[in-house]
Design a protein around this ligand. Structure first.
Ligand code: ADE
Ligand code: ZN
Length: 346
């Protein structure tokens, strides 16, 4: 199959994005604009100097820069502008549904009110729905380098607004911060009816994936790429249909994999695990959703069936209602068939 034609298929298919941190969509240009608007001095001379600093040895090196970059986000309008810019960029990639993480603790620790963050994000998501028909879910993440007590305090602050949240997640530095550290917090969230996801098996061991499933009772694993260190776990993920939201360019940038052609995405897909492709922190890792799919197509030699399965999985693994999942999957099937017929006619 002509690789350029497959790239066209990647671009035209409607897609769901299930793993994107809104703070990770802060492009350097916007970081400078917001710094100026809020009279904050950045430790970089200009956009080029900032971009030149985007070489990360590991997850922690990235997180240090990422949390300091987020300090330019202060007002409700800042969070609105950030979120709407992501939605516009995602819409250009034919993302029709996005499940978005935000890290309230990164902002409340600096004195920004929880409701300021939430109002800005949700106003932009409502506007994106009106403008583009894009649907979304909002997932509140707890920072795992902080304590469980601090997580409970955040849940308490969020309590009046739970109707605007669709679930909870767990992110930040994985090493030394196992899922069990948050067992009681996630049990409380479950009791409140909030479904959970967690980053696991990105830098942490495969056992963190098992613990996220068994202790935190998560519905999806974010990253999860180290599952292949435990063949029984891969079998379990496939059997139980637990999705992995994989972020290939992130994995490459953070040295989770040394080369994209050595990524286990395709092996997992062919083993029957419900893997999806996502962008994580696209402003920092060199690409949005289509860039991730295109890079995988090239490095892993994805064929049209692989692409269609990955895109079908993005809806399957989403928190859309079943009728909406089916509607989008039918649409993906229809567009893919049209594309195939066109290829045969050429
Ligand atoms: N927060 C933002 N991006 C992250 C990642 N890749 N892993 C853990 N926490 C994150
Ligand atoms: Zn992530």
């Amino acid at each position: 199959m002509n690789p350029l034609a497959i790239d066209e298929l990647i671009c035209v298919l409607p897609k769901a994005e299930l793993h994107v941190h809104i703070e990770g969509t802060l492009e350097p240009e916007m970081m400078f604009q917001l710094a100026e608007r809020n009279r904050i001095k950045l430790p970089y001379a200009n956009v080029e100097a900032l971009r030149a600093a985007y070489h990360f040895e590991d997850l922690q090196a990235f997180l240090d820069l990422y949390y300091s970059g987020a300090s330019v986000l202060v007002t409700e309008q800042d969070f609105y502008d950030l979120t709407l810019a992501y939605c516009e960029r995602a819409h250009a990639d034919n993302v029709v549904h996005a499940e978005i993480f935000f890290d309230p603790q990164t902002h409340t620790a600096r004195g920004v009110a929880f409701v300021t963050v939430l109002d800005g994000i949700t106003r932009a998501l409502a506007d994106a729905h009106h403008k583009f028909g894009m649907t979304s879910r909002l997932i509140m993440c707890f920072l795992r380098h902080l304590s469980e007590v601090e997580g409970f305090a955040t849940l308490e602050t969020a309590f009046p607004y739970l109707g605007r949240l669709h679930g909870v997640g767990l992110d930040s530095g994985e090493k030394g911060n196992p899922p069990e550290k948050f067992a009681r917090l996630f049990a409380r969230c479950r009791a409140l009816g909030l479904p959970a996801v967690a980053h696991a098996g990105e830098e942490g061991p495969a056992s963190y994936i098992v613990d996220a499933l068994d202790i935190l009772k998560v519905k999806r694993i974010d990253h999860g790429v180290r599952c292949t260190e435990e063949p029984d776990l891969v079998h379990r993920l496939a059997q139980e249909k637990t999705p992995l939201t994989i972020c290939p360019l992130s994995n490459l940038k953070l040295n989770v994999v040394t080369r994209l052609d050595a990524h286990n995405l395709l092996d997992l897909l062919h083993t029957g695990v419900c893997v999806t492709v996502n962008s994580d922190d696209p402003a920092y890792f060199g690409g949005y959703l289509n860039d991730n799919l295109l890079a995988c197509r090239e490095a892993l030699n994805l064929n049209d069936d692989d692409v269609v399965t990955l895109v079908m999985n993005s809806f399957e693994a989403s928190w859309l209602r079943d009728v909406d999942k089916t509607r989008w999957q039918d649409e993906v099937g229809r567009i893919a068939l049209e594309w195939e017929n066109r290829q045969e006619a050429q």
